[in-house]
Design a protein around this ligand. Structure first.
Ligand code: SIN
Length: 477
């Protein structure tokens, strides 16, 4: 287990300042991790800028080979990485392993795509003249990632950046730096040149200082962030100083529509899979379940049975489906959403309380009577709370779904061919999932509209986020 920052190909303890990493399931102290100082961050930016220039000039084939080697290392270490992730993040081991493979899939995909960074030659319009349009790496990228997917979010951003020819400095979430540092070890073994992939953990107090340092430094040309809309907005404002390119994957408030012509069994299972993945701590987690009146009773009864049978406990226990929440504030938010909904007339059918497994556990909860005035409707709960609202017509369902400033994911279940098209087009979201509760993959552009963010990750669109276009005019030919 690495606990030191990884800067310019070296493990650095940086004078000894550390912060503690805890196991959210047991409260056990896991490690003291280097709290990177301003000086170390400045050193990493300097090293990254220099290393990135050389990395960006390598033939794409060479970059692809390093990415392939990194992919192989990550897959080879999947069991260990999953164990580390479960220890610091809490998700069940099977899910942690799934996340390692999900993250590694981005590395593999971008290893292949690195070789297709093509430009074009438009018609020049004048004799003796040629115009070349080249794609070039944007420059040093700062990557700031959340605790809910400690590996996949780094992999999704870093693989695209590295394929494009950018060096990266990564700030992992303070709750989950160990997985990120283990990824750095795998990158070291894969043979990335020193300074190309660097990881600088910081504790909670120093996180804004880290953000301020990378936005204040004109050598950092790109910021890629996944996290809250509030922090995204702060970074957006600060990035204006140096006109840095920005990708923001921010909060969601996903609607999950079940129409009267849905396959109810499939809808219930899809909803359970989407909602209780990572104990509901997922930006694309269904947050508002909107059910058409004629299937309401059936959906409610089926969900009641499914939620009651969920197995809650530490992620290391075999058969556990719902692990702990990340920390006490996360539990407090779920508690507040439940209390607010009940005070405004919602009914609790299952759960609604803390779970006896430990202070960070919450019982999987099913509420009916969700209305637009409730916090659980307006805000992302980020916990194991299923809150249901009833609607009458398709138009009303779509209007309720869109009644939010967020627009990351939206889900709908229907067997009606024409309705599927109408609803997909009508939903204000960057990602629409029809008749499935699981769609995350390296094969689709991931990102949101409205206050859910800017830019896309995954696919060739994710690569474009780390590229600039350069046009070269050559006259006198
Ligand atoms: C997220 O919660 O931000 C990412 C979820 C995913 O990639 O599936």
């Amino acid at each position: 287990m690495h606990t030191q920052a990884y800067v310019h190909g070296q493990w650095r303890s940086d004078g000894g300042a550390t912060f503690a990493v805890m196991n959210p399931a047991t409260g056990e102290h896991l490690a003291n991790v280097t709290d990177s100082s301003d000086g170390l961050v400045a050193e990493a930016i300097a090293a990254g800028e220099l290393a990135g220039r050389a990395w960006g000039r390598l033939p794409a084939k060479d970059r692809a080979q390093r990415l392939k080697a990194w992919h192989a290392e990550l897959v080879r270490r999947a069991k260990d990485l999953a164990a580390l992730m479960t220890a610091e993040q809490g998700k069940p081991l099977a899910e942690a392993r799934g996340e390692v493979l999900y993250g590694a899939a981005f590395v593999e995909w971008y290893a292949e795509e690195a070789r297709r960074l093509e430009g074009f030659i438009p018609e020049a319009g004048l004799p003796g003249r040629e115009i070349q349009v080249r794609r070039e790496p944007v420059g040093l990228a700062a990557i700031i990632t959340p605790w809910n997917f400690p590996m996949a979010m780094i992999a999704r951003k870093a693989a695209a950046a590295l394929a494009a020819g950018c060096a990266v400095v990564v700030k992992p979430a303070e709750a989950t730096p160990l997985t990120a540092l283990a990824m750095a070890e795998a990158a070291e073994v894969a043979g990335f040149p020193a300074g190309v992939f660097q990881v600088l953990p910081v504790g909670r107090e120093r996180a804004p200082v880290w953000g301020a340092a990378v936005t204040a430094d004109p050598r950092v040309r790109k910021i890629s962030f996944t996290g809250s809309t509030a922090v995204g907005r702060w970074l957006y404002e600060r990035a204006a100083a140096n006109i840095q390119r920005l990708s923001l994957e921010l909060g969601g408030n996903a609607p999950f529509l079940i129409f009267d012509d849905a396959d109810v069994t499939a809808a219930v299972l899809g909803l359970m899979a989407g909602k209780f993945r990572n104990a509901g701590q997922t930006c694309i987690s269904p947050n508002r379940v909107l059910v058409q009146a004629s299937v309401w009773d059936e959906v409610v009864e089926r969900l009641r049975a499914e939620v009651q049978r969920l197995r809650v406990g530490p992620g290391t226990e075999p058969g556990v489906e719902v692990g702990p929440l990340i920390h006490a504030e996360a539990v407090a938010k779920v508690r507040a959403h439940v209390a607010d909904a009940l005070a405004q007339g919602a009914q609790c059918l299952v759960g609604g309380q803390a779970h006896p497994a430990g202070p960070n556990f919450w019982q999987p909860t099913l509420l009916t009577g969700l209305t637009p005035g409730m916090r659980a409707f307006r805000e992302e709960t980020f916990g194991p709370l299923l809150a249901l609202s009833r609607f009458e017509t398709e138009e009303e369902g779509i209007a309720l779904a869109n009644d939010t400033p967020f627009g990351l994911a939206a889900y709908a279940y229907s067997q009606g061919h024409a309705r599927i098209h109408r609803v997909s087009r009508g939903l204000d979201a960057g990602m629409v999932a029809i008749n499935t509760g699981s769609f995350s993959s390296e094969l689709l552009p991931f990102g949101g509209v409205k206050t859910s963010g800017l830019g896309r990750e995954g696919t060739r669109l994710g690569l474009d986020e780390f590229c600039e276009w350069k046009s070269i005019t050559i006259a006198g030919l």
